[in-house]
Ligand binder design. Sequence first.
Ligand SMILES: Cc1ncc(COP(=O)(O)O)c(C=O)c1O
Length: 390
Amino acid sequence: MKYRMETEVVHGVEQSDPHTGALSMPIYQTSTFVFKNSEQGARRFKGEESGYIYSRLGNPNTDVLGKKIALLEGYEAGMTTGSGMAAVANVVLAAAGAGDHIIVDDTVYGGTHYLIEEEIRNIGIEVTRVDASVLGQVENAMQENTRLIMIETPANPTLKLIDITGVVKIAHQGKALVCVDNTFLTPFYQRPKEFGADIVLHSATKYISGHGDVVAGIIVGDQKFINHAFKISTHYGWTLAPFNAWLLLRGLKTMGLRVHKSQENAQQIASWLEDHKAVEKVYYPFLKSHSQYDLARKQQSGGGGIIAFELKGGYEAGKTLMDHVHLCTLAVSLGDCDTLIQHPASMTHAGMSEEAMREAHITPGLVRLAVGVEHVQDLIEDLDKVLQKL
Ligand SMILES: Cc1ncc(COP(=O)(O)O)c(C=O)c1O
């Protein structure tokens, strides 16, 4: 990167239109591209000439977006998918096939858990779930045919951290790639490449969009892996629409402002919650009370915008809180300008078995707050109004 991240989200990768000079990239809302003649069409299909063919196989808006995230994350290449889940599935299928083995951390986004348990196992990919924050468990799970270790750090929704360097060391002793889902922190606060991760993915639905109006995914890695993954994506048709890519490019320009504000708010709210009489425990990586505070300081440059907390009154208190706040909006997702509050046990992770929920440390009273960019005092007053009555 030539400039600092706040500058690169605005200027990194040229987007102005060479034909008209328009500063904002046009939306290439087209399914197909016209060839000058049949020979050119043949050359493009053979890969002898660069250029667009058909939007499932490539489109200027999605291409620029993939390149931009690759730049921010420090990887050679990037690609987009129609959702964050398509990105997760794409990475798994690009790294492993029937007869291979993958390791997945036991605390991951609910959708990732269901994909692994209900689809990936069924196509003959062997899966071991471990608590990857305990490196010994990762080491014990490694097999000759392990091809991928999939982790989220901080993990959704408990904010458990995983030592990326430690996991990479184990993976690379064998033949496994390490993929980090970096949705929670964004490259602003964590760049897994610096710790040796082979692949990074994002639910771009979250901070990259920032406005709660797009569902999208991103994968970045080396050119060889991305070429392979992109080919799979074209087969399955996990294509991101040009307009959605354009919205993400627009959202990216203010990502620096948004993530810094949301983090500043989150740090303040986390500290305030910690002293609140209605709160049993707060999980936020940059609180000294976080059991992995030292690791957070080592691999993150900020605590991010997500807080999880446990209320003394458990499930019922959590329900009362969510039903009576006004400014904090009861909705899943995260990374938006709006502060969103949700209850993982009955919402995002509700389909998990009791055992899987226990392994992931998702307790009935756990509340997740995805802090937005509003004035922090308004958010605190909104929460306090309800917490005082619990
Ligand atoms: C950490 C994480 N990864 C992946 C996903 C899936 O992304 P999407 O909803 O864009 O498919 C989510 C969604 O909440 C998530 O929180």
